[in-house]
Design a protein around this ligand. Sequence first.
Ligand code: LER
Ligand code: MN
Length: 278
Amino acid sequence: MIRSAVTVSLVPEARGGPFVFWDDLAIACRAAAELGFDGVEVFAPSATALEHALTASPPETHSLKLAAVGTGAGWVLHRLSLTSPDASERALAREFIRSIIDAGAAMKAPAIVGSTQGRWSADMPKETAMEHLREALEELGEHAGRYDVPLLFEPLNRYEANLVNTLADGVALLESLSTKNVRLLGDLFHMNIEEPDLAEAIRSTGKRLGHVHFADSNRRPVGCGHTAITPVAEALRAIDYDGYVSAECLPWPDPAAAADHTIRAFRTYFPGSTAKAR
Ligand code: LER
Ligand code: MN
């Protein structure tokens, strides 16, 4: 069953970023439940802040699942990355991600490695960076596996990352690992920039696809840009995708309207999948 989710950012420093709801998990959960979403995806400043928010405002109270948790605050707030030229920063990045894996796994939610993957540079040659990335994913993937949740790895577009830009790059990376517990996150915004054919990329990724970020070409809610979503939805059905399609898009024109646009699009493109049609 394909399920719907919507993002909530608890990181004020990320303002302007692609998150639908902001600042208050309880308010976001109430709005998401009211619209009929199945889950929420939470981007928190730290594992402690995430645990605190989830304890104070459990998504279950609103009959919502925790769909996934982001680790990007490690980069946004502390400039930590798994491929930093500085070994102590690489170790801190792993520690940060491990702590978010622990906090999310308490609610059976996978953690996402996106911007914390880092970049190659003059100080960090590409092959060495890929080796650091592989080592980190081996360890963190196995760590997540102890909770029986996957680790999600997200290819990002060329303006944000330079190691893994396409789902095919991601599949090659996963195939080079011994852990089988890392899956790919296909973000339709990044894919719109990098993939020659979004539907074909999804078909080729198949069961390695573990999560989808649902956004249009301009990162507005689906339906507010020019990405052709019908072939994307057909490809997801063709691979029997059974994860979340999670709205990581700009809160355009405002959070409530972005969430409303998204759930309408979800019901249009995935009829029968919406668990909680109202
Ligand atoms: C994270 O999910 C993502 O897509 C990045 O573009 C955020 O900067
Ligand atoms: Mn994303």
